[in-house]
Ligand binder design. Structure first.
Ligand code: SAH
Ligand code: SF4
Ligand code: F3S
Length: 464
């Protein structure tokens, strides 16, 4: 029997990802889509036949990075050509592509193709076309179902995986570009998500993080995100389910109850509040008060007393006074976060807040950010310190930085490093925490006295 077709020549694909986890997921999916064309992923851009920048538009700094990166890529492309290498294709994808595609084409002639987040399934076709007609671009039509339906089978890479279940946003917070770059809210059907999760579990994935710009507004099946979590928790091998990012408005009773009932639903919740001032929350169009947020936290903790909480904060939103800022600090003192992210307000073109009076001076933003961060870091350290002496189940993900070390995550998403054998990677094993650090925990594997081997996959229950 003769070989029907010789193997395709290997082409190298370099993808650089900016922004949120959804971009990380999208980058993996772009690699999946391009694999049948013979592209294999490389981490050396200078050798790449195709470079994809998957961009983020959320703050000015993130968006501007694209142009400096394109400058570097131009140099690499010239160097490669001079060395007699093949032509390097350059694609800009992601939220900057969606928001300012025209400007990218104008400012950066090195770019062959601009492609928005809803058109990744068309990449093969677009790339084939652009090698003849440079500069062609496709602005995305917001039709996410076409994209998800056309994607090839997912290839897992490791023990944990992101899985987009919901995309887009209808909330229109006045500071935010996401409703413009990702379109309106769309939820994938439960069956499609379940199939993708099963395929991942078969490939050894033990933890999925369900992604959505408003993931708890998920409406692709009965009982919303709680219903989906229940379905996924029944998949053999899938032991841990996380989800991000949630909006306080969509945190419904069913989901809160699920946290008390489903062992697979991890006790860590990223629930951004942005500010502790009602006046600022109103101006942001967040549609809830600080008190409503605190009450919600109370209900969540009643269902799941050990819930670790995380949030995003913006300082220096237009009109924010010292008293408004103080209200954010007060809210943080009240909640006690396990971790959090904070940002200086960044004026985004086309958003309502960018035209509001009372824009806050840069030095004041700097100063408030420093005070807010100091408080949040104290809380993070206190949370990590409080784990010392406890025994926590850890899902081991990869070798650590030092020989003999392995690295995993606790149920509260803390990085945990221990000395231990690599065969534990991909397994859940109990660790006695000896020390909390700023960004991680240190501990020892708990040995089973009968077998003198670490107890992998013991009961899913934590021993407190
Ligand atoms: N959908 C999510 C997060 C979207 S963007 C949510 O609703 O929480 C992630 C974070 O970036 C936001 O929570 C917010 O804190 C921050 N962010 C968004 N726009 C911003 C802007 N213009 N300036 C500063 N931070 C911003
Ligand atoms: Fe942006 Fe608000 Fe939508 Fe989150 S909920 S993506 S902050 S508009
Ligand atoms: Fe950035 Fe787009 Fe995510 S703007 S934060 S990459 S949705």
């Amino acid at each position: 029997m003769s070989d029907p077709s010789p193997p395709k020549p290997a082409k190298r694909l370099f993808i650089k990802t900016y922004g949120c986890q959804m971009n990380v997921y999208d980058s993996e999916r772009m690699a999946d889509v391009l694999r049948p064309l013979g592209y294999g992923v490389t981490d050396a851009p200078e050798d790449a036949d195709l470079v994809v920048l998957n961009t983020c538009h959320i703050r000015e700094k993130a968006a501007e990075k694209v142009y400096s990166e394109l400058g570097r890529i131009k140099e690499m492309r010239i160097a490669r050509q001079e060395a007699g290498g093949g032509r390097m294709g350059v694609v800009v994808a992601g939220c900057v592509a969606q928001a300012e595609g025209e400007e990218i084409m104008r400012r950066a002639p090195v770019v062959d193709l601009v492609v928005g987040p809803q058109a990744y399934h068309k990449l093969p076709e677009l790339i084939a076309r652009t090698s003849r007609a440079l500069g062609e671009r496709l602005s995305a039509d917001f039709a996410p179902e076409a994209k998800f339906d056309a994607m090839p089978e997912r290839q897992a890479d490791g023990v944990t995986a992101f899985l987009t279940v919901q995309e887009g946003c209808d909330k229109f917070c006045t500071f935010c570009v996401v409703p413009y770059t990702r379109g309106g809210e769309y939820s994938r059907p439960t069956e499609a998500i379940e199939a993708e999760a099963r395929a991942l579990a078969v490939q050894g994935v033990r933890e999925v993080t369900l992604l959505g710009q408003n993931v708890n507004a998920y409406s692709g099946g009965p009982d919303g995100l709680a219903g989906l979590a229940r379905r996924l928790a029944a998949i053999p091998g899938l032991d841990r389910i996380r989800y991000t990012t949630s909006h306080p408005r969509d945190m419904d009773d069913a989901l809160i109850a699920a946290h008390g009932e489903l062992a697979a639903l991890m006790p860590y919740l990223h629930l951004p509040v942005q500010s502790g001032s009602d006046k600022i929350l109103r101006a942001m169009n967040r549609d809830h008060t600080a008190t409503a947020y605190l009450k919600l936290i109370e209900r969540i903790r009643a269902a799941r007393p050990d819930m670790a909480l995380s949030s995003d904060f913006i300082v220096g939103f237009p009109g924010e006074t010292e008293a408004d800022f103080q209200a954010s600090l007060d809210l943080i003192e009240e909640v006690k976060f396990a971790s959090a992210f904070s940002f200086k307000y960044s004026r985004r073109p086309g958003t309502p807040a960018s035209a509001m009076p009372g824009q806050v001076a840069e030095e004041i933003k700097e100063e408030r950010l420093a005070r807010l961060n100091a408080l949040l870091l104290r809380q993070q350290k206190a949370f990590n310190d409080s784990q010392a002496g406890r025994t926590l189940d850890v899902l081991f993900e990869r070798p650590g930085r030092h020989p003999g070390q392995i690295l995993g995550r606790s149920r509260y998403l803390q990085a945990v490093h221990v000395d231990g054998p690599e065969h534990l990677i991909g397994q859940i094993a109990p660790v006695r925490v000896t020390q909390g650090n700023m960004n991680s925990l240190t501990g020892n594997l708990v040995f089973d006295s009968r077998s003198s081997r670490p107890q992998a996959d013991s009961a899913m229950k934590e021993s407190a």
